[in-house]
Design a protein around this ligand. Structure first.
Ligand SMILES: Cc1cc2nc3c(=O)[nH]c(=O)nc-3n(C[C@H](O)[C@H](O)[C@H](O)COP(=O)(O)OP(=O)(O)OC[C@H]3O[C@@H](n4cnc5c(N)ncnc54)[C@H](O)[C@@H]3O)c2cc1C
Length: 434
């Protein structure tokens, strides 16, 4: 049997939507000798459990711009990604409603988003009532509306990114758990130098620039990875996009990623009467979000992060807890008195990979040529295309190519510096999730 190639210019650890988007973005920058290593199957982490809501309503301006890039991609996915039937984007619109204490912040966020070209505006209750006739809107003070938002399918999008990446030459290995990252000082190829060159990464380099030849940083330099079966793969650059599992791999090379797994429970509710293609409703009074499913059910998710449930991402209850269901159904009944005959169809749970400021880490690390894209804290789907581009920029050029998406916003060091990435107009009710 032929042995698999044991080197790549860039090894990406994790075959979720971020790893896939990064792989595709690298090919568009001419970096094609890329290997994606996935411990299980593609999209089997948070990606496969995503609610897929597509919104640009972020208080952090760079995130709003990144999400807007996502809207363009999802809208034109068939042409851009070459997938005939698109990626499952349902452009039903997105509405966020807030109570009186958050109305000023909502207006400020809408103004800031509109100023960078995002199609968003305030909506009055009559307009929202027409879009969502079954809802009681009495306790909302203000609404924002994004007609181009909606929901998509993170799993399909992940596969579409990877299909495009493969066209560019990217290789993908499933069932390939990475046990540790290798750094300079140890040999990437074990007994034999993997990749056949004098150094890890083979003869070619991911960035083509001087940076690769620079001396290793204080944390050494990433030179490849070792798989759970003991085999080694040499690489000029390692990108860690393994969701919440990134923390353990980073810790192995002395890099502290402040990530925790926050369990989230999702309900699928049969509404009892057809509701039509209603917009996504993000309810920051009742602290839940609701969107239609193609099946006719409604997907109901949680926006109350006041008491997060921290869990082991490899061992947590996979269905919703009865108390949670009771609370969520109560909130639902309050919001939708026009749907008195609801029934629970099914439920499941997934984990957000949460950072202390609920914003991602997309960053170089103290280990030279080791980059990380993790900690998406429940909003990594919409921004994924921009995440891929930012990581490709960091890998190849060392900085963001987009003036409205400063790399510094997402730097790992912000936590040690006590300079979290926060919204200038946060919502009292929703913390930093918006
Ligand atoms: C319930 C839920 C609802 C969500 N709703 C939304 C939403 O509405 N809108 C939105 O924008 N975002 C949403 N998100 C967030 C979004 O889905 C995630 O941010 C995104 O999917 C994360 O992608 P990822 O590639 O970073 O991580 P993951 O999808 O978790 O992928 C990481 C991959 O790394 C692999 N891996 C782990 N360890 C190793 C290893 N040692 N070696 C090799 N591979 C490894 C895993 O198997 C996994 O496949 C939601 C998430 C959840 C859980």
């Amino acid at each position: 049997m032929m042995t698999v190639q044991a080197s790549a210019d860039v090894v990406i650890v994790g075959g979720g939507i971020e790893g896939a988007a990064i792989a595709w973005a690298l090919t568009r920058k001419g970096v094609c000798n890329v290997l994606v290593l996935e411990r299980a199957t593609i999209g089997s982490g948070g990606t496969g459990r995503s609610s897929g809501i597509i919104r640009c309503h972020y208080g952090v301006p760079s995130l709003a711009v990144m999400a807007w890039h996502g809207v363009q991609l999802f809208t034109h996915a068939a042409e851009i990604l070459g997938v005939a039937d698109g990626v499952g984007f349902e452009q039903v619109g997105y509405i966020v409603g807030v109570g009186p204490g958050d109305a000023a912040a909502l207006a400020a966020n809408v103004e800031a988003a509109a100023a960078v070209g995002i199609d968003t505006r305030l909506a009055d209750p009559a307009e929202v009532a027409e879009l969502w006739p079954a809802a009681d809107l009495a306790d909302f003070a203000a609404f924002a509306y994004e007609p181009r938002g909606g929901y998509g399918d993170a799993y399909r999008t992940c596969h579409a990114y990877l299909a495009a990446a493969r066209q560019g030459g990217v290789r993908v290995r499933q069932g390939a758990p990475v046990a540790r990252i290798l750094t300079s000082g140890e040999r990437a190829g074990g007994g034999e130098r993997a990749g056949g060159g004098e150094r890890a990464g083979g003869g070619e380099r991911a960035d083509g620039g001087e940076r690769f030849d620079r001396g290793a940083g204080p944390g050494g330099r990433a030179i490849g990875v070792e798989l759970a079966d003991g085999s080694r793969i040499a690489a000029g650059t390692v990108v860690l996009a393994a969701g919440v599992w990134s923390a353990a791999l980073a810790a192995g090379v002395g890099v502290d990623l402040p990530l925790r797994a926050q369990r989230e429970q999702i309900l699928l509710v049969a509404p009892g009467a057809p509701v039509g293609n209603v917009p996504v409703l993000s309810d920051l009074v009742g602290l839940q979000y609701v969107r239609p499913e193609r099946s006719g059910d409604l997907l109901v998710g949680n926006s109350d992060h006041s008491r997060p449930q921290w869990v082991d991402p490899d061992a947590y209850p996979g269905a919703a807890d009865p108390q949670y269901v009771e609370r969520a159904v109560g909130r639902f009944a309050h919001r939708f008195p026009g749907l008195p005959e609801v029934a629970l169809s099914s439920s499941y749970a997934g984990c957000y990979d949460v950072t202390p400021d609920y914003n991602p880490i997309i960053s170089a690390t103290p280990v030279d040529r080791l980059f990380v894209a993790a900690g998406f804290s429940g909003h990594g789907f919409t921004i994924s295309v921009a995440v891929g581009e930012l990581v490709a920029d960091l890998v190849v050029d060392g900085d963001s190519s987009h003036p409205l998406i400063p790399a510094a916003d997402f730097r790992l060091s912000r936590f040690a510096e006590n300079a979290p990435l926060v919204s200038p107009h946060p919502y009292a009710a929703a913390g930093q999730m918006r």
